[in-house]
Each structure stands twice: as structure tokens, then as C-alpha cells.
Design a protein around this ligand. Sequence first.
Ligand code: UTP
Length: 286
Amino acid sequence: MRIRKAVFPAAGFGTRFLPATKAIPKEMLPLVDKPLIQYAVEEAKASGLEEIIIVTGMGKTAIEDHFDTSFELEILLKERKKGDILKKIEEVSELVHFAYTRQKKPLGLGHAIGITRNLINSEPFAVFLGDDIIDSRVPVMKQMIGVYNKYKASVLAVQRVPRSQTHMYGMISGKKVAPGVYRVTGLVEKPKSNPPSNLAIIGRYILAPEIFQALDATRPGKGGEIQLTDALQILLKTREIYACEFEGERYDAGDKVGFLKANIAFALKHAETRVEIRKFLKGLKL
Ligand code: UTP
């Protein structure tokens, strides 16, 4: 079955960015001139996905407004003959088809995915955590769909991380079956010690629809939240899961340092900012 739908869980409180995220969703923080979430939406579109389901919560209406048409703004830009900006604005609302659902309480990433069940039905689907920004030649989800097409099973994006960071991620153990592809043999969420490998799960997934039954059976774990990794552990008992070590540079823009690094890296590539930013960075007396 073709992967057509993508879930974007975006109902978290973004506490690492407070006070910036008190009134603005983390997903709307700008990376040069586009909000974070738009990069992942563009990746989804470039990977051939057709429908995006965004899981929102309290205080997240700016996300819906961003991907909607803005009649007044478009009229204003037309009157002022700002055709180039107008085109960019129109393109955003025409990206793909959007649907929204609300998670009433932030009960965890697993819970956020679980509430999309009726919108997904029984087909495999993609999940994007929008604060993982990945700069790659081939969109990461497209790389993962390639693995899905071969093995017809759930696929997790993984990246090697230093030992000092393994306690921050869901970690997998796996058996290499092709270059950069592993058959997952075990998973553990944020291990305090003895990580099963240095392969960390990052914010892109292709999930078989059986994940919903696994989520039903998942009890609150770390932090009292329904953890996706725990549900994947249950799924692994009856279904194969694969991991794809993707090609690309990833920034954890949900964290202050990662967000600032991403802004510098993208500013050095952006046509309107690269020359000045390079000059500025070179002139810094560090
Ligand atoms: P994070 O762990 O990054 O949490 O969630 P957060 O709230 O966004 O940020 P911090 O850690 O407090 O700074 C991972 C992803 O899961 C979503 C978040 O929106 C983010 O995309 N999520 C998390 C939900 O949609 N619902 C939840 O209950 C928890």
C-alpha cells in the first residue's frame, strides 16, 4: 500500500523554549524566514505525501492560520505590487491537503498519534516531528519510503549519536540487512545505562496501522506519558520493524542550541542572507 498520509504531532507545550513559546507554538518559531513546521511539510510534499494531519492543542491556532489562505494579506500584497512575496504566501496554502485534530491533554507522543486513528483508517502512514529539521539531498521521508517499499514494514529514521547522548533518545538494536538498513531487534526509550547500540530514533517514522492496537495496549511510561517507543516494542512482538540510517544533516530545533545552529546553517545557504551572515561570522572575535 502506498504511503499517502502524514501525522504531525504538534500538541506539546515546548517547555524548553519558554518564555518564547508561552503564546507562540514552538512549531511557528522561524528558521530564517519560514516557521519550523513548514520545512517538514515541504519534505512531506517532496516525498509524495498527499494529506497532512496535524495534531494540535491549546494555543496552536497560529499553525492552522499559517497553512490557510490569508485573503486580506493577499489583497494588500497585490495592491502594493509585491508579486514575489505574494507567490510565496500563496504557495504555502497550496502545499498539500491539511486536516487538524486536537489532543485535549498532552498525554504523550504515543497518545497524540493514537487519536488520529479514525483519520488514518487502516493504511500505513508517515509521522513527522517538525522540530527535527533535516537538510538532505534526497528528502529523508523519501529515503524511508524506499526502505518501506522493499520490506513492506514499519520504518524508523535512525542516526548515530555519541554515548553521552544516548539517554536522550529512543535507542534501537538491530541486524544490518543492507547498507544503512537494519531489522530492529529491540528498542528502549531514553536508557539511563547500557544503550543497546549508538543508533538513536529521530523524528521521522513510517508506521503500520497495527501501531494503533499496540498504542491501546501501551501503559503510561517515562514521565507518565504514552510513549511511542513503548508501543513500538509491543508492535515488534508480532511485526517486523526496520531502521533507516538516513543521509542528511539533522538539527534538533526543539532545543535552543540545535535551533540556533539550524538558523546559522540555513542562513548561510539562503540567497538573501548568506553573504552578510558569512561576513558577520568571520568578523566575530571568538
Ligand atoms: P517533545 O518531547 O519535543 O515535547 O515532543 P514538546 O512539548 O514539544 O517540547 P519540550 O520538550 O517541552 O520542550 C515531541 C513531539 O511530540 C509532540 C510535540 O508537539 C513534539 O512534536 N507531542 C508531545 C504531542 O503532540 N503531544 C504530547 O502529549 C507530547
